[in-house]
Design a protein around this ligand. Structure first.
Ligand SMILES: Cc1cc2nc3c(=O)[nH]c(=O)nc-3n(C[C@H](O)[C@H](O)[C@H](O)COP(=O)(O)OP(=O)(O)OC[C@H]3O[C@@H](n4cnc5c(N)ncnc54)[C@H](O)[C@@H]3O)c2cc1C
Length: 480
């Protein structure tokens, strides 16, 4: 393996910084250390970066000019959206941060083609609102939607709670506009649903975490807006029972199944203990819970009947222990709050080691069993806090410190525990990173779990598109 050529400047020439500043103007320029600070940290405090400046271009042409100057000067370019990523992908290690936050125009809505064309800096919740205003749905939805940007969502191929129905961010894209590593602009803003004309280049940039180019705009699919929704929280005796229920719901509800989220009893106990306004909707405790949402664009779709019938059948077969079907939007909101407040509740229980693995759906029960036994053997008393996107085989297998343990000593075990969990997932045909990506955090895992052939292909792509290694160097693909 040859290392990727890297002649990046450690300390940028002041004339290069002047040239960058001239492109973006005073409104798009930050070099005050205090103001730069928020762009150097990541959500979980695992990395702290450095950079010479933050540039905020307002147009694609400005992004192109910035990248061209950086490429010629050998200055690293680190794209950033909302900086909500969880693997340190947007944390700079020198160079300049290119923040897309000023590029937030909705360029076009085409209701007949059912597409929306947006700039990379549009906040995900604003994009959802724009789709709603056009009488449609943009279905990508995740906890950080009030601050993450669509460019970041596409660059991480974000998942979220609706993958079971609509797929990952990748599945919602028809076209992209990208500034390449040499500063050229690729206008791939196609609004076509069928276009088999050679390599589908957009998919190289989606999920590349800014290592191949900067996404500046996208053509996204719009979907029919749901007119009816039903939500139920189902109490179950085991993880196996959740898998059986998932099959039953799929068979009975088909494509109106919109979310199938899972959490364990411990998750619910943590929420009730630590989150204001959260209550256990059941009279007694259960081992596992599934949050099921059905939605349909047909106003007269009998979703409630479908849900109640399938739950009654499952109850009769002894496959579910109890269930609450939300009687109002407020009740549905309260059930979702249970699922969404798990990370907040976990904080109150001391140190937590987070995880984002996936396995084939059929292997979720085996994964939770084996991984629980393996981490308990490593740290007796460790508390498994398993929850997540069950319908995608994506479990956030989080771990809280044993009661009374030392927080710092527990967190020092992060890498060892991570490895144990990822090994179990890999043994079941799974992935060490289902939706958060690789960034800086999981580069070593790439070497451990990817085949030599796969790594060679990735390195070849990186070298071909970014021969000078300017775009977000040191992230995703290991060269050293
Ligand atoms: C509370 C919370 C809940 C979350 N839930 C989920 C979830 O359910 N599913 C999920 O998948 N993720 C989730 N995440 C992770 C994160 O929100 C997503 O990965 C999100 O898509 C990142 O968007 P961002 O704009 O914040 O990107 P950033 O964090 O700014 O960047 C992420 C990566 O993309 C690159 N990048 C950013 N913009 C561009 C661009 N325009 N062109 C090229 N590269 C770019 C960066 O260099 C970096 O490598 C969650 C995070 C939080 C804090």
């Amino acid at each position: 393996m040859t290392a990727h050529r890297s002649a990046l400047q450690a300390r940028p020439d002041p004339t290069v910084l002047d040239a960058l500043r001239a492109v973006v103007g005073a409104r798009g320029w930050i070099d005050d250390p205090g103001e730069i600070a928020p762009y150097l940290d990541e959500q979980r405090g695992r990395f702290r970066g450095t950079c010479a400046a933050v540039v905020k271009p307002a147009t694609t042409q400005e992004v192109a000019a910035v990248v061209r100057i950086c490429a010629e000067a050998g200055l690293a370019v680190v794209p950033q959206g909302g900086n909500t990523g969880l693997v340190g992908g947007g944390v700079p290690d020198g160079g300049v941060v290119v923040s897309l936050t000023r590029m937030r125009r909705i360029r076009a809505v085409d209701p007949l083609n059912r597409t929306i064309t947006v700039e990379a800096g549009v906040v995900l919740s604003e994009l959802q609102d724009a789709a709603r205003d056009a009488g449609a749905l943009f279905p990508l939805s995740l906890g950080a939607e009030g601050s993450c940007r669509i460019g970041g969502n596409l660059s991480t191929n974000a998942g979220g709670v609706t993958v079971v129905r609509y797929g990952n961010a990748r599945d919602m894209v028809l076209g992209l506009e990208v500034v390449l590593a040499d500063g050229r602009i690729w206008d791939g803003l196609s609004a076509l649903r069928k276009n088999n004309t050679g390599y589908d280049l957009k998919h190289l940039f989606i999920g590349a975490e800014g290592t191949l180019g900067i996404i500046t705009a996208a053509v996204l699919k719009l979907y029919p807006q749901p007119r009816v929704e039903e939500t139920a929280l189902v109490a179950l005796a085991s993880v196996e029972a959740a898998l059986t229920l998932f099959g039953r719901v799929n068979d009975a509800a088909g494509d109106v199944l919109t979310a199938f989220e899972f959490f364990s009893r411990r998750c619910l106990e943590f929420c009730v203990a630590h989150v204001a306004g959260v209550a256990d909707p059941f009279a007694q405790g259960h081992q596992a819970y599934a949050l099921v949402k059905l939605s349909s664009a047909r106003p007269d779709d009998p979703l409630r009947e479908t849900l109640e019938r399938l739950l009654a059948d499952a109850f009769e077969r002894g496959e579910v222990s109890d269930a609450v079907v939300a009687a109002s939007e407020a009740q549905a909101g309260a059930l979702w709050r249970l699922r969404e407040s798990i990370p907040e509740a976990q904080k109150a229980e001391g140190g937590s080691i987070k995880n984002d693995v996936s396995v084939p759906l059929s292997q979720v029960p085996a994964f939770i069993d084996r991984a629980s036994a393996a981490v308990d053997a490593a740290i007796p008393g460790i508390r498994v806090v398993a929850f997540g996107h069950f319908g995608d085989g994506n479990i956030h297998f989080n771990l809280s410190q044993p009661v009374g343990a030392d927080r710092a000593a527990f967190l020092a075990e992060w890498d060892r525990i991570d490895r144990i969990v990822a090994d179990v997932a890999a043994g079941l045909g799974g992935s060490f990173s289902a939706e958060h990506g690789v960034g800086r955090l999981k580069r070593a895992d790439m070497r451990r779990y990817k085949s030599a052939v796969e790594l060679d292909l990735m390195r070849a792509v990186k070298r071909a598109l970014d021969p000078a290694n300017v775009m977000n160097p040191g992230k995703v693909v290991p060269f050293d």
